[in-house]
Write a protein that binds this ligand. Structure first.
Ligand SMILES: NC(=O)CCC(=O)C(=O)O
Length: 334
């Protein structure tokens, strides 16, 4: 098996990604979104995900993405039991499979999310693997999904998970990618931060539900292109966004919305799905980002003299607590 990096090594790599936007060498590639059905048997889930990742690679995808909690039903009853310590070489079946399948197929994997056991806490964590099978980045969900709509939906992720406190942006063979997990998508500041740091693509493994998903999923994903418009450095707001959900047939009382989707820089849907199990294959073409920015130079039009997004990490090391990750400052002049 390929060697693995510990969490601390990965944190250092993440903080290195703060250079301005560049179009990467590879501008055109296929992304595969595995909208798979999750069961209550972890071994089956791992084997099934492996099969779908291979199938996506066979269809030409060089970047493959899995959904939120692809190895475990999205339910607070299961998170503890299914959690893995990723640094435990013998006890992290799901992690090991992702590393092996990335190496075996020479692809980059956005590994959805998995319940992670770390220092007596549980996190909802996405692991990114390169084609060499090595872990390139880890993102723990920063905004936990707590909701109580009486008679409709009640869910409290924070009963089980501890929130992550770091944004994650990673340089891969297929561009600079920002990572968020499901509910993270509702907080535009995070996406703005990724855009300001030169992301070409933002990936959100998710498991939206029937109540909020229908109202928000696609709308929010499109809106993200627009909301990214506030930024501090060489600002642009056009990039790709990809989301990947489990299928609605997945077990548990939580009714999953599905609709894994890729949206292009002009806010057009490049590819999408219904709620059933499927693999969405879409072409990503980063040259479209440049074309659009030339035609619609939001960067030049933005009023950074009046409002700016301040990345509090830029002046400090990357270890923060209490969500002091970003702030919007009005009337803040350099
Ligand atoms: N898994 C999640 O974070 C669900 C988020 C969601 O449904 C929302 O409305 O936000």
């Amino acid at each position: 098996m390929a060697s693995r990096l510990s969490s601390s090594t990965v944190d250092t790599q993440i903080s290195a990604s703060s250079e301005p936007f560049e179009i990467p060498k590879i501008t055109k590639f296929k992304i595969g979104l595995c909208q798979l059905t999750v069961t209550s048997n972890k071994n089956d889930n791992v084997a099934h995900a492996q099969k779908l990742i291979k199938a996506a690679a066979k269809q030409g995808a060089s970047l493959v993405m899995l959904p939120e909690t692809w190895n475990c039903p999205y339910s607070t009853d299961y998170f503890e039991e299914f959690a893995e310590d990723f640094d435990d070489k013998d006890g992290s079946l799901s992690f090991a499979m992702l590393s092996e399948v990335a190496l075996g197929n020479g692809i980059t994997i956005i590994g959805g999310s998995m319940p992670e056991r770390r220092k007596n806490q549980l996190h909802n964590t996405c692991c990114v693997f390169g084609p060499d099978g090595n872990l390139k980045a880890k993102h723990s969900k920063m905004h936990l999904f707590d909701i109580n709509l009486p008679g409709d939906i009640s869910f409290k992720e924070s009963d089980t998970f501890t929130a992550g406190d770091q944004p994650t942006i990673v340089d891969t063979d297929v561009g600079r990618i920002g990572i968020g997990i499901c509910h993270d998508l509702r907080f535009p500041e995070l996406a703005m931060l990724y855009q300001a740091r030169g992301a070409h693509l933002i990936c959100y493994p998710g498991a939206f539900n029937m109540s909020t998903g229908e109202l928000l999923w696609e709308l929010e994903q499109r809106a993200r292109q627009v909301r990214l418009s506030v930024k501090t450095l060489a600002a642009d707001n056009q990039l790709y966004v990809a989301t990947c959900s489990p299928s609605r047939e997945s077990v548990g009382s939580y009714m999953i919305w599905g609709h894994s989707t890729v949206v292009g820089p002009s806010s057009k849907i490049v590819a999408t799905s219904g709620h059933e199990e499927t693999i969405v294959i879409a072409e990503v073409d980063y040259s479209k980002i440049r074309q659009l920015r030339e035609a619609l130079p939001l960067e030049k039009q933005r009023r950074g003299d009046v409002y700016r997004l301040v990345d509090v990490h830029q002046q400090k090391p990357w270890k923060y607590k209490n969500f002091d990750t970003y702030e919007c400052v009005e009337g803040w002049l350099v």
